[in-house]
Structures are given as C-alpha cells and as structure tokens.
Design a protein around this ligand. Structure first.
Ligand SMILES: NC(=O)c1ccc[n+]([C@@H]2O[C@H](COP(=O)([O-])OP(=O)(O)OC[C@H]3O[C@@H](n4cnc5c(N)ncnc54)[C@H](O)[C@@H]3O)[C@@H](O)[C@H]2O)c1
Length: 446
C-alpha cells in the first residue's frame, strides 16, 4: 500500500528558510536537465551569488551531464523528494515537462523552498489555483519562466501601450508557425530504456506503455503532458498580450483545428486557430506546425493610432494614418448625387514610428536575477505565480473549445470558472495517478 511518506517525502523535512541578506549566496537545486534545464543551469551560473548545489534527473546520462556543470560538492538525485529534504537548498528550478510543474512547485513550497518554474504553469486549469494557494500559504517566492517579461524592450513597449501611444488597442494577433512535416516519426510501444526512470517521469500522469516520443522533449505532442503548441509557444504570446493589456483573462474563447497533416505519433493539433474576447479588445492566436506561408509577426498590437510588432529580438511601432473617412469609401464610377464626396485631405501619421532592439539571452539573465533578488527581498517576482494561472487558463480554454468541437467557452475571470457549460467545466480538472493523488489532500489544498 502506498504510504503518505512515499508520496510526500519532503514534507516531513519541511522547514522555513531564514531570510537571506543581499550578500548571501543562494543554494539552488535543479530538477530536469533537458532543453531548458541546460539553459537555466547556464543562466544561474552567470549570477555571482549562486551555488549550483544539487541536480535531480529521471534520466541517468542527463543527470551525469548536469552534474558536470554543478558547483563543487553538489549532490545528485534521482528522486526529487530526496532533494527537497536537503535543508541547505533555498531555491528549486523546475525544468521538467508541464505535467510535473504543479506538484514539483507545490511540494517545493511545502518544503520551504522558493521556486523558479517553467511555463506553462499547468496542464489543467485547477492546478494553477492549488499552486497559488501553496505559494501564499508557505510564503514562498515563485517565479514563472515567462522570461520575456524581463526583456527591457518588452517593458518599454508595455509602457507605451499603457500610456496610449497606440491609441485604443482593439485587437492583438499572435502567430507561431513552422513546417515540421512529416513530424518526428512513428514508434512501437515497448519498454523504457533502463537509463530513464519512466515511472518517475510519468509521475501524476496516467500510466501508459513507453513509446519513444512519450518522454524527452517530445512529450509536447500528447495531451497527458502538454497542451500542445497552444500552451508551449502560445503561452509566451498570451503572457505578453495579457500583461501588456492589463487583463486577467478572456470572457469567451473558441478554437478550431486538428491534426490535419502530420504523420507522426502524437495527439495535439498541427493547425489551430483561437479567438479570444477580452474586455474592450479581441485577440487571435494562429499556430501552424506544417505550413509557414508568408511569415506573420509573432505578436502584433493593433491600435487606432499605431501598431506594435514585438518579439524577443525587439519591437517596431508603425503609425496609422489619419485620413478623411470619406476618402476610404470606394469610388468605382463615382457616387450618385447625395453619395459620399472625397476631399483633398492628405493622410498624416498619428504618431512617430519607433524601433527598439532586444536580446533573448538578456531576458533569461534578467529573469533569473529578478528571482534571486526577490528571494532576498521577499517581494513578488515579475512573473509571479499568481499571474501564471491566468495565462495558462486562456490557453487551456482554447484547447477545451477545440476538443469540444469548436464551441465557444465562457469564462468568469474573477470567479475563475467556466460559465454555463458543465461538460467544459469538467475539463478544468484531471485526476492524478497514485501515489501523487495524495498530495493535494494531505496538504489540504482541495
Ligand atoms: N521559457 C522558455 O523559453 C522555454 C523553452 C523551452 C522549454 N520550456 C519549458 O520547459 C519545460 C521542459 O521542456 P524541455 O524542452 O526542456 O523538456 P526536456 O524533455 O528536454 O527536459 C525535461 C527533463 O526533465 C526530466 N524529468 C521529467 N520528470 C522528472 C522528474 N520527476 N524528476 C526529475 N527529472 C525529471 C526529463 O528526464 C528531462 O530530461 C516545458 O514545460 C517547456 O514548456 C520553456
């Protein structure tokens, strides 16, 4: 029988950390040394007040590779619960697949650690509520890995929009397109390689036979572990969109799409479009895995006086032209009497164009720095855990609509609930697999 200790482990060691001074070194433990885990080890290494004190990996070769980058005397772990029992650690960096983010964060908070957790925060809506509850109850600093917010040009662009430079922003367009046809292949089900602790990798997700794409990196193509590109790339766009526009969430979302062309293992759509209704503006998100076409800007804010295209490399603001509205009316052979008459008014720009560069590396460094500073000041970080559910929820609502055949889903952002649709509302929560289902009850989060 599964005991509480097996599920929770670290909780028996729960201890609150002393507040660190500005000159103290922060002892950091890392879970996950994959694509972004490597990046974060390097990001934290760039900081002068950090000891890379522990590494946890479910994959033995990755654990060994990661350990080579750690500080002298760092400890290696295969089971994160053991790492959480290490009282020397003040902070945990969670770079595991999406289906682990909530539990890795909640248990770290309960063990008295501050947390830097990768986006998307969750695989289903209710997880975000539990994460916020745990972070606040245990008084932890939890930074989400939406590092774009730390980019100086993103902050400047945000200020310009908020100051009304673009006029009234009525629409935001988001795109993420590439062509990966025919996909990453088809593989038979089999036994997991001995170097991977597949049961630990699966964690709270349903037990499924191992299959090559159901693990390292490629977990993104399966609903059990991910919300597809909507929560992967879409989450970055939606984060910046909601942060700049200062909104908690959409009031209505609908989405269509499917796996239309990819010939590879996986479930999530290769083509998806979502429409979001926000208070005072609309937003569109188009995700393409199998066709690029004429490349559209990643993120574009359309205002009545100008538009702003913004990505990790910088932003560009283009003015709208002030015209006589009569001159926009088609003429063909001219209007008959009483019809619209054109004037000689020349178009003039509403605002000055503007350009600002940005850098992806700088965004990671500043985001990590902000986390470390907040560990010491106990302030909320720039991507505080409270913002995370709002972003990820917008993505999940789009996926719920898609999986229900495209019907509109209404959302009450204040009450954090789906309105008037029991079937959609039931998709806000999924069960955790044993023994992980014990965690929420034991911590009284549900
Ligand atoms: N912020 C960004 O720009 C950005 C970029 C890439 C990925 N990400 C996010 O980072 C997360 C990880 O993505 P990735 O591409 O690095 O994945 P990955 O598969 O390359 O790496 C994840 C690692 O976590 C390990 N792992 C899984 N469960 C574990 C457990 N219970 N204990 C210890 N180790 C465990 C795996 O073995 C694997 O090595 C995803 O949620 C993704 O959305 C963010």
């Amino acid at each position: 029988m599964t005991s509480r200790r097996q599920a929770l482990g670290a909780l028996t060691a729960a201890s609150y950390q002393r507040v660190l001074g500005a000159n103290d070194r922060v002892q950091v433990g890392f879970i996950g040394y994959g694509l972004i885990g490597r990046q974060h080890v390097s990001d934290f290494k760039n900081q002068k007040d950090v000891d890379l004190a522990a590494m946890c990996e479910a994959h033995q070769p990755r654990l060994e590779e990661g350990m080579q980058e750690m500080s002298p005397n760092a400890k290696a772990y295969r089971d994160f619960r053991k790492m959480y029992e290490n009282k020397d650690l003040q902070a945990i960096v969670v770079s595991t697949p999406d289906h682990w983010h909530a539990l890795h964060t909640i248990l770290a908070c309960a063990a008295g650690k501050d947390v830097y957790v990768e986006k998307p925060l969750t695989v289903f809506i209710d997880e975000g509520k539990w994460m916020v509850k745990a972070a606040r109850r245990y008084k932890r600093v939890v930074q989400m890995g939406t590092q774009q917010r730390s980019g100086l040009h993103y902050q400047k662009g945000r200020q310009l929009v908020r100051d009304g430079y673009l006029g009234k922003v009525v629409n935001v367009r988001m795109h993420a397109t590439r062509n990966i046809m025919p996909g990453f292949g088809k593989f038979p089900e089999g036994t997991a390689p001995s170097e991977l602790d597949y049961d630990m990798w699966l964690g709270p997700a349903p037990k499924r036979p191992y299959q090559q794409l159901r693990s390292l990196y490629h977990f993104r193509w399966f609903w059990d572990y991910s919300g597809g590109q909507m929560t992967n790339l879409g989450a970055h766009h939606i984060d910046i969109m909601q942060w700049i526009m200062g909104v908690k969430g959409p009031s209505m979302v609908s989405s269509v799409g499917g796996r239309l062309a990819l010939d590879a293992d996986g479930e999530v759509p290769d083509t998806q479009d979502a429409i979001f209704q926000y208070p005072g503006f609309t937003a569109l998100c188009s995700l393409r895995e199998v066709a690029v076409g004429r490349r559209a800007p990643g993120l574009e804010f359309l205002g009545t006086k100008g538009s702003m295209v913004i990505d990790r490399g910088g932003f560009e603001i283009l003015p709208e032209m002030k015209i006589d509205p009569n001159n926009a009316v088609p003429q063909f052979k001219g209007h008959s009497s009483g019809g619209v008459q054109r004037s000689n008014t020349k178009p003039t720009p509403y605002i000055q164009p503007m350009k600002e560069p940005g850098s992806s590396d700088q965004q990671f460094d500043l985001h990590v720095r902000n986390f470390l500073d907040c560990i010491k000041s106990r302030q909320k970080p720039i991507s505080d855990v409270e913002d995370g559910p709002q972003i990820t929820t917008a993505c999940h609502l789009a996926n719920i609509s898609l999986r229900l055949g495209g019907r509109s889903v209404r959302w009450d952002a204040d009450k954090e609930t789906i309105v008037g649709d029991a079937e959609a509302a039931a998709m806000m929560r999924r069960p955790y697999r044993k023994p992980w289902d014990r965690v929420l009850e034991e911590l009284k989060l549900v």
